[in-house]
Design a protein around this ligand. Structure first.
Ligand SMILES: Cc1cc2nc3c(=O)[nH]c(=O)nc-3n(C[C@H](O)[C@H](O)[C@H](O)COP(=O)(O)O)c2cc1C
Length: 315
């Protein structure tokens, strides 16, 4: 059955969905947009190098090799500095700006960034309005939130603030900060918001299959979804949802893993190769029993060569 999906966005995932993974994932999926890992803004205009390091696609018009546009995500609490950095990101080639008000990390929340701002709709309004007013209308300003910090009591006020500040798109990870990553995701609460708000919304959280995507879109009353961990567990999930592709076979996945190893070892994070591969396998284990066996056989290996040899044998 063809799902009525409009946009599928690749989620920002710090330390996981980096440029290499974005490249790989957009090469096999019809993503409409990728959001980068967050750039932390404190009290300065960041050097261009910070943006290029996190998003080398900026050297190539802000698109992946497959042509999918990338949007930089900013996180912070100072409306003026965030706007200054937003202008710089756009000048460098980011396709719009995404603002993070959902990060649960203690260090970030302590310095009043990320999800803690869900307690302060006025601050959210100031940041979004400042960014919106600093950019041309043609540049989308999107915002990513959770349902609240400890509870959902301020959710309507937060969404009002974002709407009044004229943001273009709102992604909601359908859980509070307190709920962490504990299933379920409360997609219907996004649906409830649609009754009193007109901003275009994107539903996010716990979409692991085409069935989940359908249920999520129905409950959240939107045709826009964002995929994070689901696409790490089933690497062609967006193609399964949007193009009715078959879930990637284990055999094909082995070739993808081989490609990943080659790229990772050429890249600047090759030092972390084995831990990054193991991190990905932890997600793949959720969909492929064979990934569990592979994980067990490389778990204790430290040498990159030994690991690559085992992956090579699979293909
Ligand atoms: C390891 C990890 C890193 C993340 N980093 C970010 C981030 O940098 N910015 C952000 O807005 N959300 C971040 N998130 C949240 C995801 O974008 C997403 O909202 C969450 O994982 C729920 O979606 P999912 O169930 O599809 O994974 C992160 C999540 C994880 C698990």
């Amino acid at each position: 059955m063809k799902l009525p999906v409009k946009q599928i966005i690749l989620a920002p995932m710090e330390g996981v969905l980096d440029p290499l993974m974005r490249d790989l994932m957009t090469s096999i999926n019809p993503f409409d947009l990728c959001i980068t890992e967050f750039v932390r803004v404190v009290d300065a205009l960041l050097p261009k190098q910070v943006f290029y390091r996190l998003c080398p696609e900026l050297y190539h018009h802000g698109i992946t090799n497959a042509g999918t546009p990338i949007r930089l995500q900013l996180l912070g609490q100072d409306a003026n500095w965030i706007a200054e950095n937003a202008v710089r990101a756009i000048e460098l080639g980011s396709h719009g700006i995404d603002l993070n008000f959902g990060c649960p990390a203690k260090t970030v929340n302590k310095s009043k960034g990320g999800a803690i701002l869900l307690k302060s709709p006025e601050t959210i309004y100031k940041i979004v309005a400042n960014v919106r007013n600093s950019l041309e209308k043609s540049q989308q300003v999107s915002v990513k939130i959770r349902l609240g910090f400890n509870d959902t009591s301020l959710l309507n006020e937060v969404v009002d603030a974002i709407e009044q500040a004229n943001a273009d798109l709102l992604t909601i990870h359908a859980r509070t900060k307190k709920q962490g990553y504990q299933p379920p995701a409360y997609w219907h609460l996004i649906g409830n918001l649609q009754q009193r708000h007109s901003i275009e919304m994107v539903a996010n959280g716990e979409i692991w299959s085409a069935d989940d995507a359908l249920t999520c879109m129905k409950q959240a009353r939107t045709n826009n979804i964002m995929l994070g961990r689901g696409v790490l567990a089933l690497p062609n999930l967006a193609a399964v949802i949007k193009q009715q592709a078959l879930p990637m076979s284990w055999q094909k996945l082995c070739f993808l893993l081989k490609q990943y190893c080659e790229l990772e070892l050429q890249g600047d994070k090759s030092f972390y190769f084995s831990s990054r591969l193991k991190q990905w396998l932890r997600y793949l284990k959720l969909q492929y029993p064979q990934a569990n066996q592979l994980f067990t056989s490389i778990k204790t290996l430290k040498s990159k060569q030994e690991i690559v040899k085992i992956i090579d044998q699979l293909t």
